[in-house]
Design a protein around this ligand. Structure first.
Ligand code: HEM
Length: 421
């Protein structure tokens, strides 16, 4: 928890790229490309999600808890709205929301970037996914969502036995009341979406989605999926952009920032969001950020329902397995000098999905990968085009687990130096 990225190095030095965390069940982590390939290319029915416990928070019908045919059906319905080509429709909203937030920066002010970026990524989800565009509606829904996503006591998450209401008082009773209010607000939004008919937002596309035999998702399922999308999508993207700002403003990476600024200026004063999204060095910077600062060092463990050979080890049914992203992204043989932040690697070489896997892989690969990648480029590019920033402290930040992800320990505090025209 205290050193989520660095802690893997001594473990791999001692045990190699595939190792077991003892526990019930034992959890086998693999950062070897061959082991990762075995996990990501196995028949999806080989596994079920290991942590069913999340249901109380994200809703029992959410995609992340589904397995087998239920998972395949839900992915099929949810994938098309998140397809890369669709994201272009949302670029203008992403850039406009970033400019609105950045317009509030004062010269000389110290800004905690993780906080600003989290508010911004929630704005993006509310507009792009939920279709809520007026300010008052966005603020009301954001408050309800943040009460749930940020307000969960770690004790409740870790100890299911504490999930009792104790006569209507205590943290669990508070959580249940907040969840009831959130469900009521989302039910109203879904009902409104059904009444208004087709729009551009993702909720509208989910309401219109049909299985091959013509079945829609019902309202309870859509509500659970919306909550999951906030859980999975709002902190992650914000942390990734905060890490990018941190890395780019380290003095040892001044040449990287210079090269990126040159590329951004080459677009002229008012570029189309789509053109920002196509810049190769900006893309390489985002990829290198996701490699060097993996948000999910070892995400979403699966439980084997039948034996599986993982990198030469025959694992019995019942074992937990996970692709260890923070091992894979630091292999010397794949990424020479792996601690160095060097976007050039992504210009010089193409990595396989078993070497570079910030979004996981296989049948459960991140549903929002295209949205996250596009948003990262547009938000980062827009912020850098609008302001000159500097880190408030040059003390290295090795990260810490914030809620569920490995983010900068101190939130990346930056001083606003100059507004650029
Ligand atoms: C930089 C930002 C993000 C990163 C690094 C990230 C990473 C991941 C990872 C590692 C997984 C687990 C994959 C696995 O089990 O193998 C995942 C799953 C998921 N992500 Fe993301 N994610 C990001 C942003 C988003 C966004 C913006 C959304 C949607 C708005 C989203 C929605 C999801 C969903 C729904 C799943 C569960 C997929 C399933 O179980 O089938 N993510 N993500």
């Amino acid at each position: 928890m205290r050193d989520p990225i660095g802690c893997m190095k001594p473990i791999t030095q001692k045990y190699g790229g595939t190792f077991t965390f003892p526990g019930d069940p034992p959890l086998v982590m693999t950062g070897d490309p061959a082991g990762i390939k075995a996990v990501y290319t196995a028949d999806p029915d080989t596994f079920e999600p290991l942590n069913q416990d999340l249901g109380v928070f994200v809703g029992p019908r959410s995609l992340i808890l589904a397995s087998g045919t239920n998972h395949r059906r839900a992915r099929k319905l949810m994938m098309p709205p998140f397809h890369g080509a669709r994201m272009r429709a949302y670029g203008e909203q992403m850039v406009r929301l970033t400019e609105e937030r950045a317009a509030g920066f004062q010269i000389g002010q110290t800004v905690t970037m993780s906080d600003v970026l989290q508010e911004l990524s929630l704005d993006v989800i509310l507009q792009v996914v939920f279709g809520v565009t007026e300010r008052a509606g966005m603020q009301a829904l954001a408050k309800l969502l943040l009460e749930i996503t940020n307000g969960i006591s770690p004790l409740l998450a870790l100890f299911p036995a504490l999930r009792r209401e104790f006569g209507g008082i205590g943290p669990y009773a508070r959580f249940i009341e907040r969840r009831r209010r959130l469900h009521a607000a989302l039910d109203e939004l879904i009902a409104k979406g059904r009444a208004t008919g087709p729009r551009e937002d993702i909720l509208s596309l989910l309401l219109a989605a049909r299985t091959e035999d013509g079945q829609p998702m019902d309202d309870d399922e859509i509500r659970d999926q919306l909550i999951l999308l906030v859980f999975a999508g709002h902190e992650t993207t914000a942390i990734a952009i905060a890490w990018a700002l941190y890395a780019l403003h380290r003095p040892e990476n001044a040449a990287v920032l210079g090269r990126l600024r040159d590329e951004l200026s080459s677009l002229g004063p008012a570029p189309e969001p789509e053109n920002l999204g196509k810049l190769p060095y900006l893309e390489a910077v985002c990829n290198e950020t996701l490699r060097r600062y993996p948000l999910a060092p070892a995400p979403a463990p699966r439980k084997l329902l039948r034996p599986l050979d993982v990198g030469g080890y025959n694992l019995p049914a019942g074992t937990g397995v996970v692709a260890a992203i923070s091992v894979a992204h630091f292999r010397e043989d794949v990424y020479p000098d792996p601690q160095r932040f060097s976007p050039e690697r992504f210009l010089d070489r193409q990595y396989s999905p078993f070497e570079f896997l910030p979004y996981g892989g296989g049948a459960r690969r991140c549903l929002g990968a295209a949205m996250a990648g596009y948003e990262m480029k547009l938000v980062l590019g827009t912020l850098l085009r609008r302001h000159k920033l500097r880190l408030a402290s040059l003390k290295p930040d090795n990260g810490a687990v914030r809620a569920a992800n490995a983010g900068p320990r101190h939130g990346v505090r930056m001083i606003v130096e100059e507004r650029l025209s």
